[in-house]
Design a protein around this ligand. Structure first.
Ligand SMILES: [Zn+2]
Ligand SMILES: [Zn+2]
Length: 816
């Protein structure tokens, strides 16, 4: 095999191989190692051809099996046009090398000889969102047509002596493609290519049938439109068809194997948060072809930063990619009202402005917050409830009730023409959840019977054996702990756990104690829970300023701050610093909560403070005063049994959880389990699923009232400052290069004495003057030169007596 002269002159390369699984597969592997083309890969034989729907593509020797790798275009949306480019090139090369006239192109991707299939084109586009590379696979029957096909096939050799050998044909093909790519110019010249394609089109103007994924349409094949769709004049009007099989003739015999060069629709999943960490859950589902995809967003949550981000209160997923596709975003569906699922809406929604669907409880919390935050956006919220089915074309989304540590949690069954995905959201199986829904086992089983293709499931408690406890178990334990306490009882818990609030309030009611609620987050939840009826039958709660008037043994305080948050009621009460919550020896504090990893130090500080006050502390180490809202292994196993998914993608977990969940799902017999991370685009369907792309992703940091990018230097500098402080020096220099007055030196975060008792101020002065005087006079008039030299020497001098280098800023002012 060799390339033609034109191809060679254009810098095209050639790789020839013997037997290979398929040239498209080989191209894919090379692209993964950085290949960008233009490169032809030609094989003597394919042991496993690629066809749509995994069909076998039989491959006798002597035929042409080739793939062309090409990346000289920037926008993946034009890639499908390359199928037409290749078709036109194939026709030109066939006519030039075989001198026959019966060659035709059949939409979207077949090459015919006198109506029988001679070859096909298989187009793939990788890295569509970042730097697209196309693989154009071309197969032509030269020596022999495969036998036993369900449609008529021919080989070039049937033309007799006029038939070219594979080598001669390939040489022509490589030149023809190089020439036509020059006309194409990344899509600019597509109109000309389309005209040439139509001039060779089979059945143009004829009555044909077209089988799409959903239906078979009959009509007159009118044309191919500007973006390559087949336009069919049907009885009910013109239809534009993106992908399908053309059925030729009145008997509608299937005319081709289902190989397609037209863009193939797929159903993808792309998480931007919550997969590889706990928190800031936000994911996209996409359906369509890479050039025309519609998107659905599930949840829009925030996360809490670790100690590596000083001064940052919360983090959001970076949605640069979502902003890019915002016009194709059909909706945002919220699974439940936890902050890690809705907390980023107020900040991110204004960039997207699409419809948001949430339950009344979630919508109520967003509304209460909006009213309390001037300038908060008025989000376009539509309320839904368990059982609601939304038509969000091309998605159908069904809300399915699950139990969780907040009312109105839902799984989402997301349907597209390619299949069904069950996105569990956060869930558990709790036969007596107290408030809110029980898990809708019947509906989940029914979905399993109807067929769930992919399960996207919560991994939070996958490391824990057995089943989680029920809210009713916790309620039973809390009751005597509250009734039998000698003094005041303070219970701290997660504000949003309404079932817990209710259990505490019922326990209080049973023993004649008045309930006082402390903390803004708790007030908001109580207000919304009352509106939704979740606190019906309970007397009203009081605010903390009532406490001085209430007997200690007749009160229960429910307070925020179970994670040791510095400004919350719990921390302040433990420091005896709360205006109205005073705790004394004989009082009892119950942590009806779990300490989230990362908060241990703060929580221990609160507990130690309380012990110093003589207060009795009860945590979930002592009694069952808390249970998780997430499924343990036993419950996850149940979900897999109910739903019986073909494929699974574990989410809502750190790497350790996800890895364990992948192994667990495999052990449950799930065919393909994908270990995805934030930023992966997973093609879910048609299966088997695989990670097909990396999308831009990251974190946005809420810094005061400003949202900054992760790469903004502010937090990095803040880290440095917190480690070694700062020295600021200001000095004035006149025209002759002499110091005017004394330099001003201010330090922050630097110790006063060095390791041998050196005065730090003197160390700085010495270095400063010595360096200044050591500079040649000419350099002393150069402000930059002065500041660079002094910065360096002061930092060095401090390091020699302290062992740490602070940030040093020198400002030089020219005095006249
Ligand atoms: Zn969550
Ligand atoms: Zn949750």
């Amino acid at each position: 095999m060799q390339l033609g002269n034109i191809a060679r002159a254009r810098g095209v390369r050639l790789l020839t191989l013997g037997d290979i699984d398929s040239t498209n597969e080989e191209a894919r592997r090379l692209i993964e190692t950085g290949e960008r083309g233009p490169l032809w890969i030609v094989a003597a034989r394919q042991t496993r051809g690629r066809g749509r729907l995994g069909r076998e593509w039989v491959s006798p020797a002597g035929n042409l099996y080739a793939s062309f790798v090409y990346s000289e275009f920037e926008d993946a949306r034009v890639a499908p046009e390359l199928g037409f480019v290749a078709g036109v090139a194939a026709i030109r090369a066939l006519r030039a090398s075989a001198g026959a006239n019966g060659f035709r192109l059949k939409w979207p991707n077949d090459v015919l000889l006198d109506g029988a299939k001679l070859g096909g084109i298989l187009l793939e586009c990788l890295n569509a969102q970042t730097s697209p590379v196309a693989i154009i696979g071309i197969g032509v029957n030269i020596a022999e047509a495969p036998a036993d096909l369900p449609y008529p096939a021919r080989a070039l050799s049937s033309l007799g002596p006029a038939a070219p050998a594979a080598e001669a044909f390939f040489e022509r093909l490589s030149d023809a493609l190089a020439e036509i790519l020059e006309i194409w110019r990344a899509g600019e010249g597509f109109a000309q290519i389309r005209d040439e394609w139509l001039a060779s089109a089979a059945s143009l103007g004829d009555e044909i049938g077209v089988a799409t994924a959903n239906e078979t349409l009959v009509g007159r094949f009118d044309t191919i439109d500007a973006i390559g769709r087949l336009i069919l004049e049907t009885q009910n009007g013109r239809r534009a068809i993106e992908a399908g099989d053309v059925l030729v003739g009145p008997r509608k015999t299937r005319g081709s194997a289902r190989m397609t060069a037209a863009p193939q629709a797929d159903f993808v999943f792309a998480p931007f948060g919550g997969v590889g960490e706990i928190g800031m859950n936000l994911a996209l589902y996409g359906f369509g072809t890479p050039r025309a995809r519609k998107w659905l967003m599930v949840d829009c949550g925030l996360g809490f930063p670790g100690a590596d981000l000083p001064g940052i209160d919360v983090v959001f997923p970076d949605i640069a990619f979502v902003e890019k596709i915002a016009k194709d975003l059909v909706a945002i569906c919220i699974t439940h009202a936890h902050e890690d699922h809705i907390g980023a809406l107020a900040t991110l929604w204004p960039k997207l402005k699409c419809k948001v669907y949430a339950t009344p409880f979630a919508a109520g919390l967003l509304e209460v917050r909006r009213l309390n935050e001037p300038g908060a956006p008025n989000i376009d919220i539509h309320t839904v409830s368990a059982g609601t089915v939304l038509q969000l074309d091309p998605f159908t989304v069904e809300y399915v009730a699950v139990a969780h540590s907040i009312p109105e949690a839902n799984a989402l069954a997301i349907k597209t023409p390619l299949g069904v995905v069950l996105h569990t959201g956060d869930w558990k199986i709790d036969p007596q959840p107290g408030v809110g829904n029980r898990i809708d086992e019947a509906r989940l089983r029914a979905l399993g019977d109807e067929g769930v293709d992919v399960l996207i499931c919560d991994s939070t408690n996958i490391l824990r054996e057995g089943d989680s406890f029920s809210e009713s178990d916790v309620a039973r334990v809390l009751r005597p702990l509250i009734a039998e306490a000698p003094g005041r009882v303070l219970v701290t818990t997660f504000a949003s756990n309404v079932a817990r609030l209710r259990a505490i309030a019922e326990a209080a009611l049973a023993c004649g104690r008045t309930v006082v609620v402390a903390g803004r987050a708790m007030d908001r939840v109580v207000q919304v829970a009352r509106d939704c009826g979740y606190l019906d039958g309970l007397p009203g709660f009081h605010s903390p300023d009532m406490l001085p008037n209430l007997p200690r043994e007749k009160t229960v305080v429910i307070a925020t701050g179970s994670q040791g948050e510095p400004r919350a009621a719990m921390m302040r009460a433990s420091q005896n610093d709360h205006p109205s919550i005073k705790l004394v020896a004989g009082d009892r504090v119950i942590f009806s909560s779990r300490t989230i990893p990362g908060n241990q130090r703060e929580v221990h500080r609160v507990i130690n403070n309380l012990c110093n006050l003589g207060v009795e502390v009860i945590t979930d180490h002592d009694h069952l005063v808390h249970c998780s809202g997430h499924p343990r292994r036993g419950e996850v196993a149940q979900m897999y049994e109910w739903v019986r998914p073909k494929f699974a993608v574990p989410v809502h977990g750190e790497a350790h959880h996800l890895t364990q969940h992948v192994a667990f799902a495999r052990s449950k017999g799930v065919e393909h389990v994908i270990s995805a991370r934030d930023g992966d685009m997973v093609k879910l369907l048609p299966g088997p699923p695989s990670i097909v792309e990396q999308l831009p992703h990251g974190r946005l940091l809420k810094d005061g009232d400003v949202v900054i990018g992760e790469d903004d230097g502010a937090v990095r500098e803040r880290n440095k400052l917190s480690f070694a402080g700062i020295v600021s020096i200001a000095l004035a220099v006149d025209k002759k290069g002499e110091l005017v007055g004394d330099p001003d030196v201010v330090t922050a975060g630097v110790p006063k004495k060095g390791k041998f008792g050196e005065d730090m101020g003197e160390v700085i002065d010495e270095a400063l003057f010595a360096t200044f005087e050591g500079l040649p006079r000419a350099r002393r008039r150069d402000a930059d030169a002065i500041s660079t030299a002094i910065e360096r020497s002061v930092r060095g001098a401090i390091n020699s007596v302290w062992g740490k280098k602070p940030i040093v800023h020198v400002m030089v002012v020219s005095a006249s």
